[in-house]
Design a protein around this ligand. Sequence first.
Ligand code: ATP
Length: 517
Amino acid sequence: MAQDDQFKKLIAHAKEYGYIFQSSEIYDGLSAVYDYGQMGVELKNNIKKYWWDAMVKMNENIVGIDAAIFMHPETWNASGHTSAFNDPLIDNKDSKKRYRADALVEDHIQKYQAKINKDVEKGRKKFGDSFDEKQFLETNPNVIRNKAKIDEIQSRLVKSLEKDDLVELKQIIIDCEIACPVSGSRNWTDVRQFNLMFETQLGSTADGASKIYLRPETAQGIFVNYLNVQKTGRMKLPFGIAQIGKAFRNEIVARQFIFRMREFEQMEMQFFVKPGTEMEWLEHWREVRINWHKAMGLPEEKYRFHKHDKLAHYANAAYDIEFEFPFGFKELEGIHSRTDFDLSQHQKFSGKKIQYYDPESGESFVPYVVETSIGLDRTFLTILSACLKEEELTKENGESDTRVVLQIPPALAPIKLAVLPLIKKDGLPEKAREIIDELKFDFTCQYDEKDSIGRRYRRQDAIGTPYCVTIDHKTLEDNAVTIRDRDTMKQERVQITELSKIVDDKVSMKKLLKKIY
Ligand code: ATP
């Protein structure tokens, strides 16, 4: 299936089964803002719990906080967001469409990369088993030419961004003859900087009100609380502060469903360390975080690390964990060594001493920070995109059939267990309710009596429920039920008293955590 079609199916499926709705849909929606439905909120809560337990519950030197979205406006002067949290934007005068200028250039570079990939494929076909990709890449004239083009444009792009040279950025677009994908024209405005923070007013009267921002990242809520937590929690270095919360960015081009939203959620952990030890900790968190992803059981080849060549002004090393979304490999999580930049800036702007006294060495210093920052919504999208499958089946009578199944990691599935009376009478619904009343304390259960049992199984497959339990007339005599596994579709007769253990074995979060720790 073409990637575009696959992605459209995913979006339609997410809506049809109550995972994600367009915000304010009855008013034709709000661009790049989404609501999570009855299934979506459960999956989201489970992801949050998995992250929180992995970071806070499993590490005695990490504690959590929940800071407010509104912060003192000076925070954003100290962090550099008011002056530097910008994206360069450019408009096409004919289509009136707005683009991120750097993204236009990057897309253009991708075209040269696609040409190289095509040549490699051709070479592979031509030379068969004797094909040496490395040699081909080093010697093929087409590849060398395209590679040189990529290097040249890339280097100009990096330099222009580093120097904030918007004239040069536009010149690259002109020199590369980049056209607007909508109008096809090269009639561009100048490039200008656009600050991504949303502003609002605090206070009710016009003269007494002051401008404040919706936070564009959760990290600053942690930095400004560093002293509070360190002192009240009597924390010793190295230690971490974790937080899950909303962040807001007025993204210029917000496409790709919940990948790039204007209101989204981050799960961040700032780990405070002694200066000089940050590289060891960066390696440590790189390993722990990739293991967290892999423990979920999505295909491992869909993850890769990307090392930043161009570092943000505050960082001395940075990696992204990228995931292969339906539209290619993109950033899912950042793991950054942020030096003492943020704490030092807050020290300077607030005039309060933000230091750590090391009782062993007798020294005081501003700690260094290694952070792990992951988008909750992007994690949600990795799960939907890797777990939604259309399977070919052969029926008992030999006919072929298909089913749509959402193979969400069982520990994260919104509903763990569906309880289905075979028919709506003869005491079967009552028996089903009895089972739910016992199991609902441990697992999210769903009761369903509508339609044939086959259709009910399909409905549960589509929302990703790991187990279905069917109650039939015999259940009333032998207290046994049929349990069906979502992934194997195998059915087994088991005693009601065994259900809790069977389900728990499959859906326990502990199993995931044990793979990491
Ligand atoms: P990108 O380059 O994709 O804009 P970023 O480098 O600006 O992302 P960070 O500031 O490092 O992102 O934020 C940390 C994480 O927050 C990202 O890895 C991503 O998962 C998530 N995130 C950032 N912006 C958005 C957004 N607009 N919508 C959804 N998630 C986001």
